[in-house]
Design a protein around this ligand. Structure first.
Ligand SMILES: Cc1cc2nc3c(=O)[nH]c(=O)nc-3n(C[C@H](O)[C@H](O)[C@H](O)COP(=O)(O)OP(=O)(O)OC[C@H]3O[C@@H](n4cnc5c(N)ncnc54)[C@H](O)[C@@H]3O)c2cc1C
Length: 465
């Protein structure tokens, strides 16, 4: 590790993923701005060190969006996030941070989340918008997002220390320390290899799965569960449809009441259900819930019967009295889907199709039911729900309320959202704020407090909210 000069302070960032890299870039920019303002050279004052357990930074970014990185969304609002009021307050501060660093224009507050896009534009990233407002780098490769972050880290002199896992962060003695060893006023990083490092401020950004172990037990923690993943269900029907993808509506039902509803892709697997619509439902699903897949979302319930009869009438002109149930569904859905759904409602595909039966057959496509057993494979989940309680961190700084100098960002905090670029948007947002605030803390700059019109104070944030 590079020796800090006399009076030089160290900001340690733990985790070189989405939030950590962003924090490192913004911290370095903030240092440069602070020093240039005082006529000093760019990186005197605070030394930014990023510790990454992996051999390289940003591997988690490369895996996102099927390798294309759906890094944000053009349509973001408070309601998209768990703990949305905390996110809304953070977004208000974000606008100021980004404009003060000259990375983007100051915009009206209702342009929700635009500051993140300004940040990436300032780093040189180009992108395009796809369905449902999803933003992807124009190159079509997640590596472009990582390239601009890593390039900025290099240019700004961030010290990247890869292959070094931090086991735990111990605040200065007396400040919520796990052990009461007297370490003076600095933070102690307990490294996985048994060594120790010191820092004057710390940003913890190592993702949701390892969050709990990183900070002292005194921090309020909401247990983490992997979400945004496939659901294991009763497999009888799903198994027969293995690998078939459909577009439809998936409703999550509990005691026959709807808990959540998603439109989009459903992928049947031998263990249950996958696909983006199901991933999103997994945020709320509990064992015993029912996922009801509607394969005909465009057909209202009241239109099912007329449609079934008109189709029957049309096909009897071709098949006459020889119309079978299988022939009735030919061209309507894949034969395999037809066979399975017919069996579900007790019809044989080779049996004669009777006019009186077709409403029931059609209705079956609107309500294919699967009982949830739980998350099918935690390794396929995109985020961890839970983390350090937002009640114990300031949304304006990402700083722990009771431990000055300790910051958290990204999935470490109890914030998550559905698929669509929102989770990365949160990682960038919280990383930008943490990076800027940590430097303000170390350089004696202004540490932000709640904006006067904060969402916590009941203000309107995020346009439609
Ligand atoms: C397959 C997949 C696809 C996804 N696709 C999308 C998408 O398209 N859009 C979207 O918005 N979200 C997506 N997500 C979610 C998104 O990747 C996360 O929400 C986001 O990366 C969280 O950022 P983070 O910085 O908090 O954690 P991470 O990006 O996970 O970074 C944490 C970093 O900390 C390091 N680390 C862990 N422990 C230690 C330690 N002890 N010491 C030092 N370093 C450590 C890790 O190696 C990692 O580099 C996807 C997730 C997955 C798994």
């Amino acid at each position: 590790m590079r020796e800090s000069g006399v009076g030089m302070k160290t900001l340690a960032i733990i985790g070189g993923g989405a939030a950590g890299l962003t924090a490192a870039v913004v911290a370095s920019l903030s240092v440069r701005k602070a020093r240039l303002g005082e006529g000093g050279s760019a990186l005197e004052g605070v030394h930014v060190v990023l510790y990454e357990a992996d051999e390289r930074v940003g591997r988690s970014i490369l895996a996102t969006g099927n390798g294309r990185c759906n890094f944000s969304n053009s349509d973001i609002s408070q309601g998209d996030f768990r703990n949305g009021a905390f996110v809304a307050d953070a977004v208000m501060v974000l606008e100021d941070v980004v404009s003060e660093l000259d990375l983007g224009k100051k915009r009206p507050r209702y342009v929700y989340g635009q500051a993140v896009h300004d940040f990436f534009a300032a780093l040189g990233l180009e992108w395009r918008e796809e369905g449902e407002g999803r933003l992807y780098p124009r190159s079509g490769r997640a590596s472009s997002v990582l390239d601009v972050l890593r390039g900025a880290c290099d240019a700004l002199g961030v010290e990247l220390r890869c292959g070094l896992a931090v086991e735990a962060v111990e605040p200065p003695a007396g400040l919520a320390s796990k052990t009461t060893r007297d370490r003076g006023s600095r933070f102690t990083l307990k490294m996985a290899d048994g060594s120790f490092e010191r820092a004057d401020a710390v940003i913890v950004a190592c993702g949701g799965s390892v969050a709990r172990a990183m900070l002292p037990d005194s921090f309020l923690f909401v247990e983490t569960t992997p979400v945004l993943g496939p659901l294991a269900t009763d497999a009888r029907v799903a198994r027969q449809l293995d690998n078939i993808r459909v577009r439809g509506t998936a409703r999550l039902m509990r005691n026959e009441a709807q808990v959540a509803c998603e439109e989009g892709e459903v992928l049947f697997r031998k263990y249950g259900l996958s696909g983006i619509a199901v991933f999103n439902l997994s945020r709320d699903a509990q064992p015993g819930d029912v996922v009801e897949v509607d394969l005909l979302p465009g057909l209202r319930d009241c239109d099912v019967e007329p449609y079934a009869f008109s189709r029957f009438k049309a096909l009897t002109k071709i098949y006459g009295h020889g119309l079978t149930c299988g022939a009735y569904l030919r061209g309507f859905v894949l034969p395999q889907v037809a066979r399975v759904v017919l069996k579900e409602v007790g019809f044989d595909e080779d049996a004669k199709c009777l006019k009186a039966d077709v409403p029931e057959i059609m209705r079956a496509f609107k309500r294919l039911r699967f009982t949830v057993e739980g998350i099918a494979d935690a390794r396929q989940c995109q985020v961890h729900r839970g983390g350090f309680s937002v009640e114990t961190f300031s949304p304006c700084t990402m700083e722990a309320l009771k431990v000055p100098g300790l910051f958290a960002a990204g999935e470490m905090l109890d914030v998550d959202a559905a698929c669509g670029g929102y989770n990365l948007h949160w990682a960038w947002t919280s990383g930008i704020i943490a990076g800027s605030s940590a430097v303000a803390r170390l350089t004696g700059g202004e540490v932000r407090s709640f904006p006067a019109s904060s969402a916590s104070a009941g203000a309107l944030v995020g346009g439609e909210e």
